[in-house]
Design a protein around this ligand. Structure first.
Ligand code: ADP
Ligand code: MG
Length: 579
């Protein structure tokens, strides 16, 4: 065993940096937090190459005295904390005195700063913890920090960085969190010189929510306000129809700081119980204010997790406030009973006047099988019998199931599961054969996403194109949908894209092409398929039943649920004691 040695300062700094600085977005977070702590009214962030090349943060805050500059870059040096006691009354975002030193250890940093009441300021640069000398600087009041070539001296960490759009997505997310927490500060973000966000100061949180998350969500928000003892909760929760496939649009802030908290996240989800399907997530923007001595923020290096004195009390506060608000919003009937079950329909009742788009899918050459009067007959006739009454006996029940008489017995088909399976097979076959027909949109549909979602989506642009989904960057978190697979008909291509986006965002790592294709095909099939609750016309029922024979595995939907159940003739007869 080698002897125990005290580690050199430069190694200590790199180790500390490992905890605080994970990627360019972490640098943006730390620098902007410092600007906010310095009382800045305006903060301009610009980055190049997703922040891997350059991150510049300029503020108009209180500045740093020239003599203090070297200290700002030293470990455990802070102006925000003097005694250990202060740790329990933290009112600033920073207090560990670690961020600038950490960044200085793994990048090339230059700081220029002037205090507003001084005629001259000073500048200092730092390369991998090596400080230059303090020189006079004559810029405008405030602080300007540039961080170049992050992880230039820690190649392993540099390798961990993801593609530029992904890193930029994280930067945007960090920026969004900071901007939501401080609506009264004017903030801007540029990437490669181009505007990403221009966020004017406002007294209204709603303005910011609209700017970052779009009109669609903005228009469906319910304000929440509640108090319990010294704790105060305010913010907005979205109508259940805004639900998402992951929890990314659940924002929680504590005393102006974005935090993650499992328990409060659970309280939020519980408040939506009965309004969302399992696996779906509410959208919410919640702000908690607590006296600083009721919370320990010193449990996590990036301070994204905290410990509450009275976690249970806060759980109840969040749950009750949101539940009450959703009840007031008159969502109560939906809380009790899902309304998908309509009255049973008469066989072949008149249905929609317009033929559904999925009927328009031309059936590839094959010998279709028709079920006629309980006898299975091969036939060369087109399976879609559009102008004749279908000749097999099938009825729709509960707008969800098709009951069919076959030679073997009574077949009960789950209309959604079967159609989903058929679409899945068709999509898969065509993508494989490279002849997936796409439908171009005459006017591309703008789809508003968060910047991170937009980045993740654009990162997969080629893969999506192969699946028939054409996407293009429109800037500012908006993606243009230019085409979609013709097979899916006109079933809200936007919705399908959003489901795809949610799926991409829910993945921790980049999926393999194979995995991505299989996931997205089943997702598109699911969204493109008729639903449980859709009333079908006789023609639609006929087409669906006829297409049954086209699929390789019609017994299971892509999620593994059965698509049909057979009650054999023999069993029926036996149950009724006929045999
Ligand atoms: P902390 O924020 O935990 O104190 P940092 O390493 O982030 O530690 O910053 C060290 C010190 O540098 C801060 O305490 C503050 O005094 C000073 N400082 C950093 N950034 C700014 C800024 N933008 N404006 C004014 N002072 C700053
Ligand atoms: Mg700080």
């Amino acid at each position: 065993m080698p002897r125990i040695q005290q580690l050199p300062e430069s190694v200590i700094t790199k180790i500390a940096a490992g905890e605080v600085i994970e990627r360019p977005a972490s640098v943006v977070k730390e620098l902007v937090e410092n600007s906010i702590d310095a009382g800045a009214r305006r903060i301009d962030v610009s980055v190049d190459q997703g922040g891997t090349d350059l991150i510049r943060v300029v503020d108009d805050g209180s500045g740093i005295a020239p003599d203090d500059l070297p200290l700002a870059l030293a470990s455990h040096a802070t102006s925000k904390l003097i005694s250990a006691d202060d740790l329990f009354h933290i009112a600033s975002l920073g207090f560990r005195g670690e961020a600038l030193a950490s960044i200085g250890g793994v990048a090339q940093v230059s700081i220029q700063s002037r205090q507003p009441d001084q005629l001259v300021g000073a500048e200092l640069s730092c390369q991998g913890s090596e400080l230059g000398s303090v020189r006079p600087w004559n810029g405008s009041p405030g602080t300007r920090i540039e961080v170049r070539h992050l992880f230039y001296n820690t190649p392993v960490r540099r390798k961990f960085l993801r593609a530029i759009p992904t890193e930029m997505g994280h930067v945007c997310e960090a920026f969004t969190r900071l901007a939501l927490a401080q609506p009264d500060v004017h903030m801007t973000l540029k990437h490669g010189g181009k505007d990403v966000y221009e966020v004017p100061a406002t007294a209204q949180l709603l303005d910011r929510l609209r700017l970052f998350f779009g009109k669609e969500i903005h228009d469906k928000l319910y304000g929440v306000e509640a108090e319990a003892g010294p704790a105060r909760l305010h913010g907005f929760v979205a109508d259940p129809s805004c639900e998402r496939g992951n929890a990314k649009l659940q924002y929680l802030f504590l005393n102006g700081r974005w935090i993650r908290d499992r328990s409060l996240g659970h309280a939020l989800q519980e408040a939506y119980r009965g309004l969302l399907m399992t696996g779906r997530y509410a959208v919410a923007f919640l702000f908690l204010e607590l006296p600083p001595d009721l919370v320990d923020v010193n449990v996590h290096p990036t301070k994204m997790e905290v410990r509450f004195r009275d976690g249970q009390g806060l759980y109840s506060l969040v749950f009750n406030a949101i539940r009450l608000r959703l009840n007031q919003a008159n969502l109560t009937p939906r809380l009790q009973a899902p309304s998908t079950l309509g009255p049973p329909r008469a066989p072949f009742a008149a249905g929609l006047p317009v033929p559904p788009t999925w009927l328009q899918e031309p059936i590839p050459a094959y010998t279709p099988t028709q079920v006629v009067g309980g006898v299975t007959q091969p036939s060369n006739a087109p399976p879609m019998l559009l102008d004749e009454t279908p000749s097999f006996k099938a009825i729709q029940l509960y707008n969800a199931y098709l009951v069919l008489e076959t030679a073997e017995g009574m077949l009960v088909i789950d209309q959604h599961a079967l159609h989903e399976r058929i679409l899945f097979e068709q999509l898969k076959r065509r993508v494989r054969a490279g002849d997936l027909e796409t439908q171009a949109l005459l006017i591309p549909e703008p789809v508003e996403l968060t910047a991170e979602q937009a980045a993740r989506t654009l990162e997969q642009r080629d893969a999506l194109a192969q699946l028939g989904l054409g996407v293009e960057d429109f800037g500012g978190g908006t993606v243009l949908l230019t085409s979609y697979p013709a097979l899916l008909g006109k079933r809200a291509p936007q919705t399908i894209l959003k489901a795809v986006v949610d799926h991409l965002a829910s993945k921790e790592r980049v999926p393999t092409r194979e995995q991505l294709f299989s996931d997205l095909l089943s997702l598109m099939a699911c969204h493109g398929a008729v639903r449980s609750g859709d009333a079908l016309t006789p023609e639609e029922i006929a087409a669906l039943v006829a297409q049954r024979d086209l699929a390789d595995d019609t017994h299971h939907c892509p999620h593994g649920r059965p698509t049909s159940l057979l009650f054999s003739r023999h069993d029926l007869d036996r149950q009724f004691r006929r045999v």
